[in-house]
Design a protein. Structure first.
Ligand code: UT7
Length: 366
């Protein structure tokens, strides 16, 4: 994985190849082995990661005092012991700024050099302007284009797939992708079905070009709007603008059809791993770590059992953070790296699934 961004991209080699139009992979040359061709292919790679979670901890004991629930039920049914809650002055953009700054520092990149910032979120500071523009301003990333992307718990996978397309097409070289959510502002703390699940936080990664056989080997994103009702916040949008009636109906809170989502998530988890391994010509033995969206420890356990995947190959931190939607995969990725569970040359599979419905998988060689 990354040494400093500028060291990896210095020398102009990538740039000259990009400008000569050799993007998206070199044309096969008969005198090169397949391995050499693959190692020369232009890929999008992660150069640095970062994350931020608020200080305030909301544990199960405190939830027991808020709704009719108990620690044992929550731990057994979800694996969650505590989650983080944003302070009153914290927002999706402030958490994104901290995580993004950390990812740039890890990449050895001055944010002023960024070409693009994508913030994946379903809980932006405002309907407009985009949270990514607030991040751009705070980071001093004056050259960067910026937009928000809404794909719920698959947000980081969607945003990094877009970043990968931008990088391998030669359009951009330095892309900051952030997943950030303040779900506590859209959680109904009188509803025991949902309030136990969610937490706040942000995770980030800097993507750039690489031609050494590492980077994103495969990425695929999916959607099925037929099941749009399963996970929803309908109040406050243009169809149902904020009103006393929508507030009274608690429509501005997140509603979840838990059992249906449970089945969906378990199934796509298994399918996506099988498809990704097949597409990359790999087996589970080639994979160092699977980093799934932290939706529910039971969903993850069920999928891991069906796949016959050793449990130590699946990263879990839901016990400490709950479900942070688009932030969950990049927070887990950053923690896995910092804990030494992902090292240069290791292959990781990142998985997301959530509202939309949306889902996606990325195979990444560090
Ligand atoms: O990232 C995407 C967003 N996340 C999701 O969509 C969540 C996915 N689904 C899940 O994680 C699980 O379905 C839940 C954790 C939400 C629920 O677990 P479950 O095993 O599917 O429980 P259930 O909904 O079938 O409910 C079982 C019982 C019900 O009581 P009855 O009807 O059997 O008497 C619930 O009322 O558990 C009750 N219950 C609770 N009891 C104590 C529901 N929430 C709680 C609670 N504490 N917090």
């Amino acid at each position: 994985m990354s040494t400093a961004f500028n060291r990896r991209t210095s020398g102009g080699a990538d740039l000259s190849l990009l400008r000569a139009g050799s993007v998206g992979g070199l044309k096969p040359r008969s005198n090169l082995t397949r391995e050499t061709q693959l190692s020369l292919q232009l890929r999008s790679a992660i150069y640095g990661t970062g994350c931020y979670v608020p200080e305030r901890v909301l544990d199960n004991a405190e939830l027991e005092r808020m709704v009719e629930t108990d620690d044992q039920w929550i731990v057994e049914r979800t694996g969650i012991s505590e989650r983080r809650i944003a302070a009153p002055d914290e927002t999706t953009s402030t958490m994104a700024i901290t995580a993004g700054r950390q990812a740039c520092a890890d990449a050895g990149l001055d944010p002023a050099e960024l070409d693009l910032i994508i913030v994946a979120t379903i809980t932006p500071d405002h309907l407009t302007p985009a949270s990514s523009c607030l991040v751009q301003q705070a980071l001093g990333a004056k050259r960067a284009a910026a937009f928000d992307l809404s794909a719920a718990c698959t947000g980081f996978l969607y945003a990094s797939t877009v970043a990968t397309g931008m990088i391998t097409s030669g359009m951009y070289e330095r892309v900051l992708v952030i997943g950030s959510e303040t779900l506590s502002r859209f959680t109904d703390y009188t509803d025991r079905n949902t309030c136990i699940l969610f937490g706040d936080g942000a995770g980030a990664a800097v993507f750039g070009p690489r031609r050494d056989g590492t980077g994103i080997l495969y990425t695929k994103i999916y959607a099925d709007g037929e099941y749009a009702d399963l996970l929803r916040i309908y109040g406050g949008g243009s169809k149902q603008p904020p009103s006393l009636a929508s507030l009274a109906a608690r429509d501005h809170y997140l509603h979840v059809a838990g059992r249906q989502v449970f089945k969906f998530a378990t199934n796509v988890f298994v399918q996506m791993i099988e498809e990704a391994l097949d597409a990359c010509g790999m087996t589970q033995d080639d994979v160092a770590l699977v980093i799934p969206h932290q939706v529910n420890a039971r969903i993850i356990d069920a999928a891991v059992r069906r796949l016959g995947l050793p449990t130590e190959k699946c990263f879990i931190n839901i016990d400490r953070y709950g479900n942070t939607s688009s932030a969950s995969v990049p927070i887990a990725l950053d923690e896995a790296r910092r804990q030494g569970k992902l090292n240069p040359g290791d292959v990781a599979i990142l998985l997301g699934f959530g509202s939309g419905l949306t889902w996606g998988a990325t195979v990444l060689k560090m």
